[in-house]
Design a protein around this ligand. Structure first.
Ligand code: FES
Length: 163
């Protein structure tokens, strides 16, 4: 008797992947599938990547390749407050690197990491289209403009207070 594979992905997502598998080039649905998984769980865990590969019958390396190629996909859980420092040209020229450094030293984490209390994570983004406000930082839905390194402790303090 063969054993049934038990997945941690929820049934509706498994059904979606199985639908994609019926198409002519299932691997071309990989981005859509990963969007769905990240939309549900907030990031792409190792186990979910394995499960997607297994259900869609594509190599795990292919799934990882797509997940790591696109900046949008996250392989680690983000903090409750996701700090994004724009590293586009205009922001960079106006000191985004120093702003990023201030967030890293204030929170004690590197880019792509999350604080141990799960509150903050830091990432860099490409231009978000508001270059006139450079340097720009977003924290979840909020946009902070003309940010200087000296403002970072207050920004972090205030964001927790306004929640
Ligand atoms: S470069 Fe930062 S918003 Fe355009």
């Amino acid at each position: 008797m063969c054993c049934e594979v038990k997945y941690t992905l929820e049934n509706d997502i498994i059904e979606y992947i199985e639908e994609c598998k019926k198409e002519e080039h299932p691997e071309s649905y990989l981005i859509a599938v990963l969007h769905k998984v990240q939309g549900r769980y907030g990031f792409l865990s190792e186990i979910h990547i394995d499960e997607v590969a297994h259900i869609l019958e594509v190599p795990t390396a292919t799934v990882y390749g797509v997940a790591t190629f696109y900046h949008y996909f996250k392989l680690k859980p983000r903090g409750k407050y996701s700090v994004s420092v724009c590293l586009g040209t205009a922001c960079f020229v106006k000191g985004a690197d120093s702003v990023l450094g201030a967030f890293k030293s204030e929170l004690g984490i590197e880019m792509g990491e999350t604080t141990s209390d799960g509150l903050f994570s830091i990432e860099g983004t490409r231009c978000i289209g508001v270059c006139a406000l450079a340097p720009v930082v977003t924290i979840n839905e909020r946009v902070f403009s003309n940010v200087s390194p000296g403002q970072v402790p207050k920004i972090l303090h205030d964001i927790k207070d306004t929640d």
